[in-house]
Design a protein around this ligand. Structure first.
Ligand SMILES: [Zn+2]
Length: 369
């Protein structure tokens, strides 16, 4: 290699690679703990999350607990649970004993108690509280959204694809492990409703001005598609005669938007007809299909699809294709619902493979058109 070639290569590296490398965000230990199946995650398999969270719009705080039931699949050691700063764990309890735990950024390493033989099922409960990270540009970043509806009432939700569910609740925050079922019990001021995934089991209204809404998901669920929707909602239900029988359709626009929703959300039926034809039955007949207005553009929250497309066709009223076809259908209804098959029913174990979710959802759009 000539000296001149060496200089040329050095120049190219400086000009081309240098700036690209400088733009890469620094890869941290927290990224490794969040993104890999660490030894502290590998020895146990989540069976059930029993999540209870109180949302207080007065001071933008959450407080609650998650009882995690898991099956031991290998030799036990410390157990990793994720909960992002600035949230704090108050205590971890197993078998009536408080467990020692050590924080390492957004991960906690917990010393379990009692024998943990392979095949056994155990439960530990994590109590936590704090003022969770606020989403600045949901759904593109992540966090809790403390919004207001058109009449100024509190309207709260979360978006955490990529960032992870541990931005608002303590969880094994990897797509490699999903609970077989999950409870989501949301406590909110009793002037508001609290909607989530799956079906409503009951509402407990207390004399202190707070209500608890208990939702139950009977199926496997990704942690990032668990979501609260807290606000003042209208509602109607329908039944869709689908490939696996009667499917409950539960529609929840804001109270101010029921008329627009009744018109625009008729597109749910042709969407289901198309996707059941090409991809097989909707995956969650037991939990039903819900479309619910959210204070952000949209997200594939399982059996509770977030909708924020303004009751217009296209992508916020725009035709991304430039062909005219883009304005013949509602992008968010079609795209986010496609993720029920591609993303929620079939989930990549590693977040690095998210292209599978997005590419097949985009393919589904083409089939729908
Ligand atoms: Zn998508």
């Amino acid at each position: 290699m000539s000296r001149r070639s060496q200089l040329l290569i050095a120049f190219l590296i400086a000009v081309v690679v240098g700036p690209a490398a400088a733009q890469q965000p620094a890869f941290t230990r927290a990224d490794t703990l969040r993104g890999s199946v660490t030894p502290e995650r590998a020895w146990w398999d989540v069976v059930f999350y029993d999540l209870h969270v109180k949302f207080d719009p007065a001071d933008s705080t959450v407080r609650g607990w998650n009882a995690i039931t898991y099956r031991v699949t290998g030799p036990s050691r410390a157990l990793q649970i994720d909960l992002q700063t600035p949230l704090e764990i108050d205590s971890v309890v197993q078998g009536g004993k408080r467990l020692a735990h050590r924080r390492d950024g957004n991960a906690f390493f917990i010393a379990t108690t009692g024998r943990q033989p392979r095949g056994a099922t155990r439960t530990l409960t994590i109590y936590y509280h704090g003022k969770p990270r606020v989403a600045e540009k949901p759904p593109w970043d992540g966090g809790v959204i403390w919004a207001r509806d058109p009449d100024g009432a509190a309207w709260i939700s979360t978006a955490c694809q990529g960032l992870g569910a541990s931005v608002w609740w303590p969880v094994k925050d990897t797509q490699a492990d999903e609970p077989d079922s999950q409870r989501v019990a949301l406590t909110v001021p009793d002037s508001l409703q609290a909607i989530s995934n799956g079906r409503l089991r009951g509402v407990v209204r207390r004399s202190d001005g707070w209500s608890t809404w208990e939702w139950f998901v009977t199926s496997l669920i990704n942690t990032y598609v668990v979501a609260p929707y807290i606000g003042r909602y209208g509602q109607w239900t329908e039944t869709y005669e689908g490939e696996r029988g009667h499917l409950t359709l539960d529609f929840r626009p804001l109270v101010q938007h029921v008329d627009g929703a009744r018109r625009q959300w008729q597109q749910v039926r042709p969407m289901l007809k198309c996707f059941e034809h090409w991809f097989g039955p909707y995956p969650w007949y037991a939990d039903g299909f819900r479309l619910i207005e959210a204070p952000h553009l949209g997200m594939e929250h399982q059996s509770a699809v977030a909708y924020g497309n303004g009751y217009r066709n296209g992508y916020k009223g725009n035709d991304l294709s430039g062909t005219g076809w883009g304005l013949t259908w509602d992008f968010i209804i079609v795209h986010e619902s496609a993720h029920e098959w591609w993303g929620n029913s079939i989930t990549t174990a590693d977040i690095a493979d998210m292209w599978v979710h997005e590419a097949f959802a985009m393919y589904a759009e083409g089939l729908f058109v």
